[in-house]
Design a protein around this ligand. Structure first.
Ligand SMILES: Cc1cc2nc3c(=O)[nH]c(=O)nc-3n(C[C@H](O)[C@H](O)[C@H](O)COP(=O)(O)OP(=O)(O)OC[C@H]3O[C@@H](n4cnc5c(N)ncnc54)[C@H](O)[C@@H]3O)c2cc1C
Length: 416
């Protein structure tokens, strides 16, 4: 089936006549990445046919809200700010929801979906990432849940709110990184009994300075969060009505729910099948193009190339999506535009101990040093690489002026 023969599967129809001879731009994925490109594209081009294909329901929500919604007692549907129909209207697009793309032919320029095959002129992959599966043992390992989209959040809330649970609900979280710590603070703030389990010696070990990890750990402990650090979960078994997590150090944690927050892996399934160049993510050049002509990628599935030194890195955050979305949209209009990736602090949404940070690149961490300072009651940490240049920082609580000063100092030596 070609785009000129679209049958029935889309749920929302746009105003453009897609039976025109012009082949459409197709965006796969309706998360923040897919919607950002679509919005930016429509600012520049109001009429070229645009088809968005997504396996989910297509409602617009801000994913970072998922780890901040319990304390505000928000149900999943309250987080959806625009329905799929509203998004299709707003974007003047055909939005095919509940539709899975199974393959891409970059020579024939077609996508093969659960609703048929469609031609494209240009294609954008915004297919996100998948939660990493830990390979846990035990008869209840399949009860471990992850929250990476609005449907996961709805299912998780149902489990937490289940009348079967006594109060407080006991939640064991595997992983004390950004998402694990945010959920821990949020769930503890909502009155639940949270245990955080992580192989590192401290929370946020991959991102934050030791001094900030220590501050976060004591703030979360004061909220009632319990920690099992330097160990990992090995098995999850059913013990009467409880789940029992057995740790490598021999301890056990009894829980009503086990939430895995051990990280995400770029979804490379379509890219592999289409033989696009991949590394950790789908490798894109400085303008967002994949190794195939007229095929672009951004968001959690992508591995960005920095124009300064040609290094590539996955950047699973909102700020790069905004920058890449603007550039790729312009490139889609025919004007190749570089993605101007600038360092942008990640805000860790732990209200007990809010943090802003730029993590040093992983290869620098072993040999560099953190220097800590207290400024007006804030903890400020600067990371210096072996050449003495500042390559990361963190500050808590947030402070815009300090953050700006730190951003300006990135790449410079102390005192420069
Ligand atoms: C709990 C949580 C909190 C976060 N907090 C922050 C934060 O505070 N700050 C920050 O910067 N970042 C944060 N992030 C990260 C940020 O939310 C993500 O980087 C961003 O939302 C990723 O958007 P995306 O569009 O690339 O992927 P997704 O939102 O995962 O979208 C992927 C889309 O692709 C579709 N799809 C996938 N495969 C197919 C297929 N084969 N066929 C059809 N459709 C397909 C899916 O249905 C979906 O619509 C957080 C992430 C999580 C999980």
């Amino acid at each position: 089936m070609s785009a000129t023969q679209l049958a029935a599967p889309w749920h929302c129809r746009r105003n453009i006549d897609i039976r025109k001879t012009m082949k459409p731009i197709i965006i796969i994925g309706a998360g923040l990445a897919g919607y950002t490109v679509a919005r930016e594209f429509r600012k520049l081009d109001k009429t070229t046919p645009l088809i968005m294909i997504t396996a989910d329901g297509g409602g617009f929500y801000s994913k970072p809200m998922l780890s901040n919604a319990f304390a505000q007692n928000k149900q999943a549907q309250q987080l959806v700010t625009q329905s799929a129909t509203q998004m299709a209207e707003q974007l003047n697009a055909t939005l095919m929801t509940g539709t899975t793309v199974n393959g891409i032919d970059t020579q024939a320029k077609t996508v093969d979906t659960s609703a048929g095959k469609f031609d494209y002129e240009k294609l954008v992959l915004a297919v996100g990432a998948q939660p990493i599966q830990l390979g846990l043992k035990g008869d209840a390992a399949h009860h471990v849940v992850s929250v990476n989209n609005i449907d996961d959040y709805a299912a998780f809330r149902d489990r937490v709110d289940s009348p079967k649970n006594a109060s407080p609900v006991r939640i064991a979280i595997l992983g004390a990184g950004l998402i694990g710590c945010e959920f821990a603070d949020d769930l503890a703030g909502a009155g639940h009994a949270v245990t955080l389990i992580d192989p590192s010696a401290r929370p946020l070990a991959a991102l934050a300075a030791p001094a900030l990890s220590a501050g976060l750990q004591s703030a979360l402990s004061a909220r009632g969060v319990k920690f099992h650090l330097n160990t990992v979960a090995e098995t999850v078994t059913q013990a009467d009505t409880d789940l029992r997590v057995t740790l490598a150090d021999g301890n056990t944690v009894e829980a009503d729910i086990v939430l895995s927050a051990v990280g995400l892996r770029p979804d490379l399934r379509l890219a592999h099948a289409a033989q696009l160049k991949t590394n950790r993510g789908i490798v894109i050049d400085t303008a967002g193009q994949t190794s195939a002509a007229d095929v672009y990628a951004l968001g959690d599935c992508a591995e960005y190339t920095f124009s300064a030194d040609g290094a590539t890195r996955i950047l699973p955050y909102i700020a790069p999506i905004m920058t890449a979305g603007r550039a790729i949209a312009r490139t889609l209009t025919g004007e190749r535009t570089e993605i101007d990736l600038k360092p942008s602090p990640v805000l860790i949404k732990t209200p007990s101990y809010p943090l802003a940070l730029i993590a040093p690149a992983p290869h620098l961490v072993a040999d560099g040093t953190w220097q800590d300072e207290a400024i007006n009651g804030k903890t400020v940490c600067r990371f210096y690489d072996t050449n003495g240049a500042m390559a990361g920082f963190g500050v808590s609580p947030h402070d815009n002026a300090i953050r700006t000063e730190l951003l300006n100092a990135l790449g410079k030596k102390a005192g420069e």
